[in-house]
Design a protein around this ligand. Structure first.
Ligand code: GLN
Length: 197
């Protein structure tokens, strides 16, 4: 079974660990470079991307994760985790760092105040039937580079058509929180990607 780490300095770590374990993976929280080194892949949870970036720097994880990503380690970011994996941010905090890797531009807190949190069904490439998307002060993907595959878009409402799930090589990200609730199919896509890597 693959051993998948969950970035555990900030964010909804437990939900990801539980979902990964439900799929038969070994899953551990990653707070130190030594823990990262034992993992085949990494999940970056939802939370607060500015805090994640600062803590990753302080705890010496920023560069080791970047190196692993550059070396082909599969990674999956949800919400704040999507921001962390993005090469470019719009409306980021001043000087906000990311891990990068995904050739995308994300807009932070994109959905605006009125609808800053909402839920809705959407369809995702590789998954049969609707996926329930939980969006909490979520980013959307404003631009994708040529190597990026769009996996899902918002269906309906003012934000209809906005890109909310992407994949590029071994990297995957969603604006929503598939770790919330009991549907493990989106994590399943990632685990397939890890097994194929
Ligand atoms: N708005 C948060 C950020 O910018 C992300 C919110 C989330 O992960 N639910 O990091």
């Amino acid at each position: 079974q693959p051993r998948i780490g969950v970035f555990a300095l900030q964010g909804d770590v437990r939900e990801h660990l539980a979902t990964l374990r439900s799929l038969g993976c070994e899953a551990i929280g990653v707070r130190r470079p030594e823990e990262l080194a034992t993992c085949d892949a990494l999940v970056i949870p939802g939370g607060e991307s500015t805090t994640m970036a600062k803590l990753a720097r302080i705890f010496g994880l920023m560069d080791p994760i970047r190196e692993r990503i550059a070396g082909g380690m599969p990674a999956f970011g949800t919400c704040a985790g999507m921001i962390m994996l993005a090469d470019r941010i719009v409306d980021g905090a001043v000087g906000q760092e990311t891990l990068g890797g995904l050739d995308i531009t994300v807009r932070r807190n994109a959905f605006g105040r009125q609808v800053d949190s909402f839920e809705g069904n959407l369809h995702m490439t590789g998954i049969e039937g609707p996926v329930h998307g939980v969006f909490i002060r979520a980013p959307w993907v404003e631009e994708v580079g040529p190597g990026v595959e769009v996996l899902a878009r918002v269906e309906g409402g003012e934000a209809a058509g906005r890109i909310v799930a992407v994949r590029q090589g071994a990297l995957m990200a969603t604006s929503f929180h598939p770790e919330v609730g009991d549907d493990a199919r989106v994590h399943g896509l990632f685990v397939d990607l890890v097994r194929g890597a």
